[in-house]
Design a protein around this ligand. Structure first.
Ligand code: C5P
Length: 221
């Protein structure tokens, strides 16, 4: 949309889970609806940003005015993220990226013959950290989903991944996954902002406004 505070700014948002193929019919994945990421992309677009939304496998419709890039695996998401980040000023990682993928993808469907089956797994690359290394000037926002010590872990993530902001939410006990409400606390180097408990669309708008305010304070036009 024209005329918003983020006009002329390109933002990238990753959203949803990733699918790591075990064989042609099975995947390893994370529970994630993609709702938060899609809402953040829509909210940033409403503030005038040009949006690239890198989406894992989700069943959500593309927000208006957003360029959507569909991906499957963590590696696909990394490649799409690096390509989009080269043109961007803001990068928001809301995706629930798989931390491990099968070390090998079986070429044919694995048959159920033995009582137990072991899968060797390999670590996937951390998308935020890799993008940060290549693009040190990006304004970067990560998400943290924790069951305990929420703000401490978020602050640790902020430092470790060299981010400007971490939006933290408490998970477990039916919270956050595939529900429409969430509770977000935004952790920055010098402060914490509790955005409260609200529908994801409302939290996404508040988060987008905070991102815009901080980005514009650092980059006055
Ligand atoms: O390290 P952890 O997975 O808890 O960090 C969560 C944040 O890092 C989220 O913003 C998520 O999108 C991002 N992430 C990533 N690549 C990974 C794992 C997580 O970008 N492989």
């Amino acid at each position: 949309l024209s005329g918003g505070p983020l006009q002329g700014v390109h933002a990238v948002v990753t959203a949803g889970p990733t699918h790591e193929a075990v064989d042609p019919v099975r995947v390893l994945t994370n529970r994630s609806s993609g709702k938060m990421g899609f809402a953040v992309a829509e909210a940033l677009a409403r503030l005038g940003a040009q949006l690239s939304l890198i989406a894992g496998p989700v069943s959500l419709s593309t927000p208006p005015g957003v360029k959507r890039i569909d991906v499957q695996s963590a590696d696909d998401m990394l490649q799409a993220s690096l390509a989009a980040a080269a043109q961007a000023q803001i990068f928001v990682g809301t995706a629930a990226v798989a931390d491990y993928r099968p070390a090998q993808t079986a070429p044919g469907k694995i048959k159920k013959s033995s009582d137990t089956l072991s899968l060797a797994l390999s670590r996937t690359a951390d998308i935020l950290s890799t993008v940060r290394d290549r693009h040190p000037a990006l304004f970067m926002v990560g998400f943290a989903a924790e069951t305990e010590s929420l703000v401490d872990y978020a602050r640790d993530k902020l430092r470790r991944k060299q981010l400007q902001m971490v939006a933290a939410n408490e998970v477990g006990g039916g919270r956050a996954f595939d529900v429409d409400d969430n509770h977000l606390i935004v952790v920055e180097a010098q402060q914490e902002t509790d955005l409260g408990h609200a529908p994801k669309t409302e939290l996404a708008r508040a988060l987008a406004e905070l991102i815009a305010a901080r980005y514009l304070a650092l980059n006055p036009s």
